[in-house]
Design a protein around this ligand. Structure first.
Ligand code: DAH
Length: 471
């Protein structure tokens, strides 16, 4: 998660105006009490929360999901697929069960859409790990809402929600896939190798993956950071278990990545076909895995981060009801939108959400095709400049709050919002900010009149909500 963009303060005001103190909200059929200090979910978000783009077979996000699911299936029949999790989860599921510290910035209201103090819009698919680990038969005694599965792995696809900046690659809703795989430890030895049965099993699974990789992706060049320095293993796992599980994890992800990008290389024509595909593993940190990595792919001249992963911390498995020392396993989380933008050559993330037939008619189930822009409507910029109020506790504003106001007033008619100027007055010590808003629709021409109206609303909402003085 990128939490580096906090620049005013960690405290965000709630969007009081959005629900005018309405006592309850109905989301996907469930009624939630609102909480005046917490509720910051906007109507834009509520409207997007039942779109489920990943379930549309011919939508680029749906096509990519299916392609990855099919590929994982080809490695083994060990993964249960979950595609229908609703977006509202508990704070426990999204953060606590995964070991997020109490002061982790991801929990702040400036980054996350809260329904109330207990429920939020999931910020990642990892929020469902607890339930899915708990759902694997023979590993956990928990009785879950769903029918338990015998498969020792899972793959979840869902939309996830984060308050964020506005530009061509950021949208408050995007898509992730969460994969995981566990092995039950055994003290019984294999008669062939004289190793514990689960070690033998991981080795066998790994061998199959390596063979598949050699056969299908001989153009893959991998730079692997295997050192565990500053990427410590967990004490309960042996060095051999760490080594085998990590390799199994990395080879699984390499297979998925290679398949997706090689398919694109093929579609790009003979010159690119057979070209090397370079990936590298980099050490990372996530509260619920150790050791942890990220994989990057070298694509069109830059390293692109694709996926975070690691060996699941035992505490997560214990939280899911597993017995101590009983299980080893891995997990990964993959963002779909950026990959889909690149594969389908979609220049603006808002296009995924358009209802325009000129977009949708271009895509077909099972096919990666290049997006043909139907027309480019001109953008119009408007600046809004204001003095921030005195920095009293009640008046602190986070940049994401400004984004939220623009998003709420302009919907998908806003292309980007950028801070273009800031300074502090030497005498009054007051701070001034100026944002440039680019209004541009993907689907039609906007009139000056409608832009002026939106801009006026943005200005007055800033004053009303955050007591700024317009300049
Ligand atoms: N949930 C993480 C994110 O949104 C991605 C992730 C990283 C998922 C590591 C994992 C993992 O399961 O092991 O940034």
């Amino acid at each position: 998660m990128n939490h580096s963009r906090l620049f005013f303060s960690l405290r965000a005001l709630t969007s009081k105006r959005l629900f005018h103190g309405k006592p309850q909200l109905k989301i996907n059929g469930v009624v939630y009490d609102t909480h005046s200090d917490f509720t910051n979910v906007s109507s834009t978000i509520l409207n997007l929360s039942d779109r489920s783009l990943h379930l549309e077979p011919a939508h680029p996000i749906g096509v990519l999901r299916k392609q990855i699911e099919d590929k994982l299936n080809s490695t083994s029949n060990s993964y249960q697929y979950y595609n229908d999790f609703r977006p509202v989860v508990t704070v426990e599921e999204n953060f606590d069960s995964l070991g997020f510290p109490a002061d982790h910035p991801g929990r702040s209201k400036s980054d996350t859409y809260y329904v109330n103090d207990k429920y939020l819009f999931r910020t990642h698919t990892s929020a469902h790990e607890l339930e899915c680990f708990g759902n694997i038969q023979g590993f956990s005694p928990r009785t879950e809402k769903r029918a338990p599965t015998e498969k020792p792995g899972f793959l979840i696809t869902a939309d996830v929600y984060r308050r964020d900046e506005i530009d061509r690659t950021h949208y408050p809703v995007f898509h992730q896939m969460e994969g995981a795989r566990v092995w039950k430890r055994s003290s019984e030895k294999s008669s062939e190798s004289h190793e514990p049965l689960h070690i033998q099993k991981i080795r066998d699974d790994l061998c199959k993956l390596e063979k598949q990789l050699r056969e299908e992706s001989s153009n893959l060049v991998v730079e692997d950071d295997k050192s565990l320095e500053s990427n410590p293993k967990q004490d309960y796992m042996s060095d051999l278990e760490v080594d085998l599980c990590s390799q199994h994890l990395k080879r699984t992800i390499e297979l998925l990545v290679a398949q997706v990008f090689n398919k694109k290389l093929q579609s790009m024509g003979s010159e690119d076909q057979g070209a090397q595909l370079q990936v590298r593993w980099i050490k990372a940190y996530f509260p619920w895995t150790a050791p942890s990595w990220e994989i990057e792919v070298f694509w069109k001249g830059e390293w692109l981060e694709l996926c975070g992963c690691g060996l699941v911390r035992e505490q997560v498995l214990l939280n899911a009801g597993y017995e101590k020392d009983s299980t080893v396993g891995w997990a990964f989380g993959l963002g779909l939108d950026r990959i889909a933008m690149l594969l389908f050559e979609i220049p603006d993330i808002r296009l995924f959400w358009t209802q325009d037939e000129r977009f949708h008619s271009q895509f077909h189930e099972g096919q990666i095709t290049r997006f043909q822009p139907y027309s480019k409507y001109p953008g119009t910029t408007r600046d809004v400049a204001f003095w921030l109020p005195e920095q009293k506790e009640s008046s602190l504003i986070h940049e994401n709050d400004i984004m939220e106001i623009v998003r709420e007033e302009a919907g998908d008619m806003v292309e980007s919002v950028k801070l273009i100027d800031q300074f502090t007055h030497p005498n009054s010590n007051k701070k001034s900010l100026c944002y440039r808003i680019n209004y541009q629709s993907m689907d039609r021409n906007l009139t000056n009149e409608e832009i002026n109206k939106i801009q006026e609303n943005v200005r007055s909402q800033l004053v009303q909500n955050y007591k700024v003085s317009l300049r």
